[in-house]
Design a protein. Structure first.
Lengths: 114, 110
């Protein structure tokens, strides 16, 4: 039982390049989330998927797209990377969007855009 | 979601109890108190959560005041591996996001 797995762990991109961050969970959770973490800013929600087939914007969605491929997988795409997107990205999942359902996080993807 | 206030840093001696306070004076009736921690370079780890009653699990205890305006996370016997940033969050169903603030950086010292 691996929990939440993110790939890759590290990535360096040039401005304008695109890439997809992958996330998979094996806990049969319905809801999945993408956060970014920047120094002094805490974690900020980019997008979330309450259930398979649905996605919604979070606090900072500009410059990103997401795909809920199936119940297990939720990917985050940067179409044209910018230096402002240099950050650590965390994927999380929860059994549901119910307030009594804790989030479980992966160990992050460290992205640098030059 | 209600805002929380935590001290930026705390120290604790190894083997002693670590008591981490959190103020959430604007909490509303349907908001839960959640605690997560983040050990350097890892993703946040869920610790415990509660609505109004005190809660205990294998990791920690959560004490919520009767008026729910503050809470304390207790690590009963802190170890060096408990050194981390601890986040207190209040959350309800109506909110679209779990918002992480600055947290408390706990340093457990030998």
């Amino acid at each position: 039982n691996a929990g939440v797995t993110q790939t890759p762990k590290f990535q360096v991109l040039k401005t304008g390049q695109s890439m997809t961050l992958q996330c998979a969970q094996d806990m049969n959770h319905n809801s999945m989330y993408w956060y970014r973490q920047d120094p002094g800013m805490g974690l900020r929600l980019i997008y979330y998927s309450a259930s398979e087939g649905t996605t919604d914007k979070g606090e900072v969605p500009n410059g990103y797209n997401v795909s809920r491929l199936n119940k297990r997988e939720f990917s985050l795409r940067l179409e044209s990377a910018a230096p402002s997107q240099t950050s650590v990205y965390f994927c999380a999942s929860s059994l549901s969007r119910n307030v009594n359902s804790p989030l479980h996080f992966g160990n992050g993807t460290r992205l640098t855009v030059t | 979601d209600a805002k929380t206030t935590q001290p930026p840093s705390m120290d604790c001696a190894e083997g002693r109890a670590a008591n981490l306070p959190c103020n959430h004076s604007t909490i509303s009736g349907n908001e839960y108190v959640y605690w997560y921690r983040q050990i350097h370079s890892q993703g946040p780890q869920y610790i415990i959560h509660g609505l109004k009653n005190n809660e205990t699990n294998e990791m920690a205890s959560l004490i919520i005041t009767e008026d729910r305006k503050s809470s304390t996370l207790i690590l009963p016997h802190a170890t060096l591996r408990d050194t981390a940033v601890y986040y207190c969050i209040v959350y309800n169903n109506a909110g679209n996001m779990l918002t992480f603030g600055g947290g408390t950086r706990l340093m457990v010292k030998p």
